[in-house]
Design a protein around this ligand. Structure first.
Ligand code: AMP
Length: 214
């Protein structure tokens, strides 16, 4: 089973993809994570995309489509995957359709996370991650039990994404509405689109997703 999670930055796609990955054995494919890894490793691609990402704009379709196509060919995707943050333009959606049919694969569900934009700003600007194990926290909604100490690994260093400041988040939301939101109608026309309430609490969203996936 191959699934697409669709929604603006901060809607919970990544958090829920990690949960569904653990529960259902589907692999989370986050194009944002792939690009951040390229930046951390200071690869040519990482250097190429860094500025665009830090400005909250979209990386070119060509780069993204190649990245995801290579990743889908890896053996651990054979039992199915969750596309988290891809496709993000109509061009990417078309390229995905051709790519999957060439590989003999198809998308089973496209799930839109319905959320309120303004709420996304505080969700995103409060995010932080443990440097040692990658566990995600939030200044308000998910604090570590002991202040400054990761619940999972005891790490004491935390980081925020450089694109999680308010100005860049607003640019990311504009990019979402201009370039990504039209994809919702694209998949609705193909009758594969379902919607979940992304404003509900985390466990409730997971339950709704499990019901949709079946
Ligand atoms: P995310 O982690 O999904 O919020 O993505 C972070 C940033 O990575 C975005 O703001 C874009 O600059 C870039 N990015 C991630 N996925 C894509 C994509 N499918 N198309 C274009 N740019 C992307």
């Amino acid at each position: 089973m191959n699934v697409i999670f669709l929604g603006p930055p901060g809607c919970g796609k990544g958090t829920q993809a990690k949960r569904i990955e653990q529960m259902r054995g589907l692999v989370q494919l986050s194009t944002g994570d792939m690009l951040r890894l390229e930046i951390t490793e200071e690869t040519e691609l990482g250097n190429q995309v860094k500025e665009v990402m830090n400005a909250g704009q979209l990386v070119s379709d060509d780069i993204i489509v190649k990245l995801i196509s290579k990743r889908i060919d890896e053996p651990n995707c054979q039992n199915g995957f969750i596309l988290d943050g891809f496709p993000r333009t109509l061009g990417q959606a078309d390229a995905l359709s051709i790519m999957l049919s060439d590989k003999g694969l198809e998308i089973s569900h496209v799930i839109e996370f319905a959320v309120d934009d303004e709420a996304m700003i505080s969700r995103i600007t409060g995010r932080l991650t443990c440097d040692s194990c990658g566990t995600g926290y939030h200044d308000e909604y998910r604090k570590p039990q002991k202040e400054g100490v990761c619940d999972v690994c005891g790490g004491t260093e935390f980081s925020r994404r450089p694109d999680d400041n308010e100005e860049t988040v607003r640019a990311r939301l504009v990019a979402y509405h201009e370039q990504t939101a039209p994809i919702i109608a694209y998949y609705d026309d193909k009758s594969v689109l379902r919607s979940v309430n992304g404003m509900a609490d985390i466990d409730q969203v997971t339950a709704e997703l499990n019901e949709v996936i079946g």
